[in-house]
Every structure is written in structure tokens, then in C-alpha cells.
Design a protein around this ligand. Sequence first.
Ligand code: ADP
Ligand code: MG
Length: 247
Amino acid sequence: MLSVSGLTKTFDQQPVFSGFTLTVTRNRFAVLIGPSGCGKSTFFDVLTGVTPADEGLISWQGSDVDHLGDLAAYMHQKDLLLPWFSLLENSLLPARTGGEDLKQARQRAIQLFSRLGLDGYEKHLPHQVSGGMRQRCALVRTLMFNRDLVLLDEPLSALDAITRKSLQSLLLLLQSEFNRTLLMITHDVDEALLLADDLYLLSVKPMRVVEKIELYDDKPRRFDNPELLAIKKTIMQKLEGDIDHVS
Ligand SMILES: Nc1ncnc2c1ncn2[C@@H]1O[C@H](COP(=O)(O)OP(=O)(O)O)[C@@H](O)[C@H]1O
Ligand SMILES: [Mg+2]
């Protein structure tokens, strides 16, 4: 379980969040949804130690930690692949920096390439493949970190609608197959409703959790289900009520 309490971060004397508190249950797909600029990426940066918090506690599995730098894999909106490395070499970077057995890592990466529909593209350079494929490769690289906790910062937002749909299905598959705790940021309500086990609605800056909604277990979810539509309606009302806009 991930637990964050009293987390405070200030830029130029303006709090991005102050006393931010959140709990994520292990092996759940937790989705944070909130307006742009509310502090979501800053929260991930603080969680992963990219930038220090001013105050607050972070704990993982009951132990306090400075940050989750070595405990979580972090995937950004941009794929951040190195342009001069093949897709396979890019996916092997975590294994290289982590000093893993490269032969084993290569085998695992090749399996993941196949699982994510990238077989045959191992030797391609990032610029030779589509944005969706680059993002899938970034996902392989994220999984190659072998961490229990995976942080995803709007991983699909740069993709077109169709590619996005197929990657959403893939994320669901990965959750059921890999038993990870996923914490994802999105500003897309439909995406949140399709993927989340627990949905956290966030306010404008200074960011706080307005409400945590536990969704029903049955996945894949469909928007012709009246229950899901009713939840969507409630969420839209809350977001519109508490937040100026969701972009
Ligand atoms: N390095 C920084 N220096 C100053 N202000 C920053 C910095 N990074 C982010 N901010 C500010 O913090 C707020 C939250 O940004 P961010 O976490 O990127 O929002 P989100 O990811 O929710 O869109 C914004 O108002 C942004 O301008
Ligand atoms: Mg952001």
C-alpha cells in the first residue's frame, strides 16, 4: 500500500499542494483525474524524488521512505526513447543500469514485445515507427524496471483516439497479468472510468482529493452499462461543481 500524508510543495511562494493526503491499495488500478495545472505531475515528481517535498510523509508497504525513486517505475506522457537506440535497446536500459543479467533481460523484453504487439520491430529506431508503437515500447521499458508500483503520467494523451483505445485495453491486460499497483494520471473522464478500480477526483491548485470513488469490479467496462453512465454523470457534476474546467 502507498500512503502519502501532509505532503506540501510550494513554487514561488504558491502552494501546488498543501497537506496532500492519499492512500492507494496494493494491486489496484488507481486513477487521478483533475484539471491541467492542478499539480498532478508535480505530485509524481515529488513521489519519485525528482523534486523534494517541503513537508510530508510517504510510505510504501508500511515503511516511511524519502521517495519512491527505487520502488516505482515512472512513465511519462512523452515516450522519452533515445533516438539513436533501437526499440529493443531502449527497453533494455533499465536492465543495463540495474546491472541485471542481460541475456535474461533480453529474453524478457522480447516476450514483452510480442505481448504488446511489437514483434518484428525490435531493431527499428524510434523515428521509424508510429507514436502508438513508441508508447508501447515505453511501456515495455517501464515494465522492465520490475517494480511493484507503476506511475503513469498521462501515458496515452499524445495518441490518436483509435491507438489510445487499443493501449487502454493493453493496460487492462497488463493489470490482470502482472499484478502491479498502478497509479495513473489522466484528464480523460472516459479513460478513467474504463480503467480505474479507484478513482480520485482532484481539485484545482492547491490540489486536494475532492472524492475517492470505488468503481465496480467488472472489466472491461462498457458505456452502454447504465451503472457506468450514472457514475459518469455524478463525476461530471462533481468536476464541474468543484473545478472550473477539465481540459
Ligand atoms: N519547476 C517549476 N517551477 C515553478 N512552477 C512550477 C514548476 N513546475 C510546475 N509548476 C507549477 O505548478 C503547477 C502544477 O503543475 P503540474 O504539476 O505540471 O500540473 P498538472 O500536471 O496537473 O497539469 C502549475 O501551476 C505550474 O505552473
Ligand atoms: Mg501534468
